[in-house]
Design a protein around this ligand. Structure first.
Ligand code: NAI
Length: 386
């Protein structure tokens, strides 16, 4: 199969590696020669490291590199059966590129976007034949993260959807189907991990280190929320939250935090700038958590129940199946357990009671319990994850 990649920054380069490893013939295009050179050099480094670790041999490295060509013209993607776009997150630019691409390709070629925040319907609308446009949302780093969200637009044909589901599975990735709604699955369901942690901090209940300790040590999350925000970058993470909030017509559940906004404004972006919630300077002291089990459990329960509520509501609104919602969070962002499986374990009554207690305390719409949890509680049902 011939695969075209448009834009070879962080994501395009990773996706090209995935497709080439699966033995596709990959053509990578970027407007900047420098980006093409960097992408090629980065792949050389990544594959050499895999040899050092004993994961692949020299022949495999040559095979993967031999499957990729770097091209300077969009016209060179004329024969691609599937093209994945990973350029700047700008609707107008993406539309222009798609229109030009359509003029070179045959009608049955599939065109996909790796967009995180634009609607697939709006991108598809730029084409004469919008039935062949679909979202394929990889996670960074694409060669390592198993998850790919597959997002058919309302225009996408059933045939294109089925073909892409098959391709993603052939590429040995975990594909989940998501409705074309803001944040798809992961970027929607994960919001409370950051938002509720920030809120707990803002209320003065605990400091960053204590909240991170609670989620990591007691919850089993790989990184606490503040460490993770510093890792992602406070500018990037804040922008995602703000976009999701606006796209949901200002639903208070997704309200961004001033704490993070100020950090982004100040240039305290996290690891990449040397300072964020934490200080990463050479002689900076490591922040110490207050290891109070009771407080830690309270923090964990509050963030967890908000995450479960969000996952349940995504299911309630048919964003994805229960199984795919749980897969998305474990395979896309390394959650220790699927949130709906976690809800079954904790008990649906526990979830409803916790949400109601939060609502009773604050009387904010942010803490409204999902109607699905309430209904399940009445019926003594559990989530079916098969
Ligand atoms: P990036 O900035 O690393 O790379 C973008 C590349 O596109 C650059 O090399 C640039 O030269 C090239 N480019 C810009 N305009 C172009 C055009 N008209 N034609 C051809 N090439 C062009 O960006 P990144 O982070 O790889 O993101 C790309 C897309 O993937 C965005 O839509 C983003 O929302 C999405 N995404 C990003 C993730 C991330 O963690 N960085 C995760 C999942 C999706």
């Amino acid at each position: 199969m011939n695969v075209g990649i448009i834009g070879c920054g962080t994501m395009g380069s990773g996706i090209a590696q995935v497709a080439a490893t699966a033995d596709c013939s990959v053509m990578v295009y970027d407007t900047k020669q420098e980006a093409l050179d960097t992408s090629k050099a980065k792949l050389e480094k990544v594959l050499s490291r895999l040899i050092e670790k004993g994961r692949i041999d020299e022949a495999e490295k040559n095979r993967i590199q031999g499957n990729i060509s770097y091209v300077n013209s969009l016209k060179d993607l004329a024969n691609a059966n599937l093209t994945i776009e990973a350029i700047v997150e700008n609707l107008e630019i993406k539309r222009k590129v798609f229109q030009e691409l359509e003029s070179y390709q045959s009608q049955d070629a599939i065109i996909a976007s790796n967009t995180s925040s634009l609607s697939i319907a709006s991108i598809a609308a730029s084409l004469e034949n919008s039935e062949r446009v679909i979202g394929v949302h990889f996670f960074n780093p694409a060669p390592l993260m198993p998850l790919v969200e597959i997002i058919p637009a309302i225009q996408t044909s059933e045939e294109v959807k089925n073909k892409v589901v098959q391709i993603i599975s052939d590429w040995k990735k975990v594909g989940v189907l998501a409705k074309d709604t803001p944040g798809f699955i992961v970027n929607r369901v994960a919001r409370p991990f950051y938002g509720e942690a920030l809120r707990i901090y803002e209320e003065g209940k605990a400091d960053f280190a204590t909240i991170d300790w609670a989620l990591e040590e007691l919850g089993g999350f790989r990184m606490g929320p503040f460490q993770l925000m510093d890792f992602i970058g406070n500018d990037v993470n804040y922008t995602v939250t703000e976009t999701v909030f606006k796209e949901f017509y200002y639903d208070p559940r997704y309200k961004p935090s001033f704490t993070q906004k100020r950090l982004a404004e100040a240039g305290y972006l996290g690891r990449k700038s040397g300072k964020g919630f934490y200080d990463y300077g050479e002689d900076s002291k490591k922040a110490t958590p207050k290891k109070d089990e009771e407080l830690g459990q309270e923090i964990l329960d509050r963030v967890l129940v908000m995450l479960i509520n969000e996952a349940a509501d995504a299911l309630f609104l048919n964003i994805a199946t229960a199984k795919d919602i749980d897969l998305a969070m474990t395979k896309g962002v390394n959650y220790p357990k699927g949130l709906l499986a976690w809800a079954n374990e904790k008990g649906i009554d526990w979830c409803v009671n916790k949400m109601d207690a939060l609502y009773n305390e604050y009387h904010e719409d942010r803490y409204r319990c999902s109607p699905l949890l309430r209904k399940m509680n009445k019926e003594e049902a559990i989530f079916n994850l098969s």
